[in-house]
Write a protein that binds this ligand. Structure first.
Ligand SMILES: *Cc1c(COP(=O)(O)O)cnc(C)c1O
Length: 476
């Protein structure tokens, strides 16, 4: 292309001022504001100038096309980075997908707390300053019969605070079988080191006895720490002391017995046909002086760390300067209070109706219900051209370091699209709005509907229809 053609095409490009005054731009300015629209128009003009100079195009582009391109850019930029995902992995506590979805009651509480002022640290009776933790800690004590409680940002923070306030600069004794990494870089030895306490390892990977702890106790020992191994299990030739043995030893030697429970269920999961997990109440009844757990694992609430136990120990945690850095915000406290209130009617929390905690009702969803859902999705997908659909039996997992070896029987929908490879199919579903995330096995894309709400079935079907219809860029 000649230099004159390029020059003339460049000259024909409209001025940004003409574009912003164009009547088609008015709606864009109303929707996005003037500054972002100007920026988008300039970006499009710059791209066109570059394309003309490099010979990638030689035609003058009409103003309408430039405005349309800017509108597309603004639309793409407007999509939130954090957005909704249809979790069709079946993993209920999927840390990468945000762990526990909140109960409707908790969502309402967050919304109310977010939009207005509230009595976060204000006592409405006396008109004086109040305690930020008062509401949730009262509930926690009511539900677990703990003497006292405290809430921090997450369980990692709970363990860190307890070690810093109660064990540092002395020693905390931990079994070698419990020196675990939980994922997301929570490593028990590292957390202990950060707290300023010194880790003393006892026993072996598979066997640790009360006498191992006893022999390791020295003048600097402050704490016996028990840690839930969460995402792994040692099976076979194993021994660990009972909670009561550990507590008896701690009491006899004037030490603190603390347990990091990890998930921290408030109800007996075995009663709902699920593998047993130690409950917070169980650990406290066995005499543990302090128990910590997460708010957003089996409890099904917001991200938080709960600390329950002896009042004198909780008082020391409250007085520690780290607490200010680890404190929870009003949205978390509102969601946690509403979630905990649901446990006042524990018989309802794992059901599907009013008062349910979504994490628990999904875990407890019976196979016939999942089968019925899977059949409905198969029906919705049946007529999509080029797509084969079949039902399969499968094993689901709770996730989040919870119930790791416990496969929960489930029903899967497996799809295959001849024209689109399975990884491209998965990519297109992730790019859909809402994003749909399943998993790949045996050259099939699979959906486990345990984690899918009824209303989301149509969204999965819509995503599949779009994914099979459109061809990858560059193909005819
Ligand atoms: C998950 C887990 C943690 C970390 O809890 P967060 O709330 O994610 O900080 C700590 N300890 C154990 C045993 C866990 O399972």
């Amino acid at each position: 292309m000649s230099a004159e053609v390029t020059l003339s095409a460049l000259r024909k490009l409209p001025q940004v001022q003409r574009l912003i005054d164009n009547e088609r731009t008015a709606a864009l300015v109303a929707a996005h504001g003037r500054t972002p629209v100007l920026r988008a128009l300039r970006t499009e003009l710059d791209a066109l100038r570059t394309a003309l100079r490099t010979g990638a195009t030689d035609a003058a582009t009409p103003a309408e096309a430039i405005i349309a391109a800017a509108a597309g850019r603004l639309e793409r930029e407007g999509v939130p980075v954090l957005r909704r995902v249809v979790n069709a992995t079946g993993i209920v506590l999927h840390t990468n997908l945000g762990r526990a979805p909140l109960a409707p009651e908790a969502v309402a509480a967050v919304t109310a707390a977010a939009a207005s002022y509230m009595n976060l640290e204000y006592d409405l009776d006396s008109g004086r300053r109040g305690s930020r933790y008062h509401g949730v800690t009262g509930l926690l004590c009511e539900l677990t019969e703990a003497e006292a409680a405290l809430v921090v940002n997450n369980n990692a923070a709970a363990v860190l605070l307890a070690l810093a306030a109660l064990a540092s600069p002395g020693e905390a004794i931990v079994s070698r079988g419990e020196l675990v990494e939980i994922g997301g870089s929570f490593r028990v030895p590292d957390v202990i080191a950060q707290s300023g306490a010194r880790l003393v390892e006892v026993g072996t990977t598979n066997k640790t006895r009360a006498t191992d702890y006893e022999r390791a106790i020295g003048p600097d020992t402050r704490m016996l720490l028990k840690v839930h191994p969460s995402n792994y299990r040692i099976q076979g030739f194993t021994t660990t002391p009972s909670r009561r043995e550990l507590v008896a030893l701690a009491d006899a030697r004037g030490l603190i017995a603390m347990e990091d429970l990890g998930s921290g269920s408030l109800i007996d999961l075995a009663a709902h046909g699920l593998p047993a997990e130690p409950t917070v109440q169980e650990a406290l009844r066995a005499g543990m002086h302090l128990v910590t757990c997460s708010g957003d694992k089996l409890l099904g609430g917001p991200q938080a760390g709960l600390i329950l136990g002896r009042a004198d120990l909780i008082a020391r945690l409250k007085a520690h300067p780290l607490l200010r850095a680890l404190r929870t915000d009003k949205l978390t406290l509102a969601a946690l209070e509403a979630t905990l209130k649901l446990y006042r009617a524990p018989e309802r929390v794992a059901g599907g109706g009013p008062g349910h905690v979504p994490v628990l009702s999904m875990l407890a969803a019976p196979l016939p219900v999942l089968t019925e859902q899977a059949e409905r999705l198969r029906g919705m997908l049946a007529d999509l051209p080029g797509l084969t659909v079949e039902l399969r039996d499968g094993d689901g997992f709770a996730g989040g370091g919870t119930l790791p070896e416990a496969a929960i029987p489930t029903r899967l929908v497996a799809i295959h699209c001849a024209a689109v490879g399975v990884s491209e199919l998965a990519r297109r579903l992730r790019a859909y709005r809402p994003a749909v995330v399943g998993f790949i096995r045996d050259d099939r894309l699979l959906f486990d509907l345990r984690t899918v709400a009824d209303a989301e079935l149509a969204e999965i079907a819509g995503a599949c229809a779009a994914a099979c219809r459109t061809r990858p860029a560059g193909e005819p």
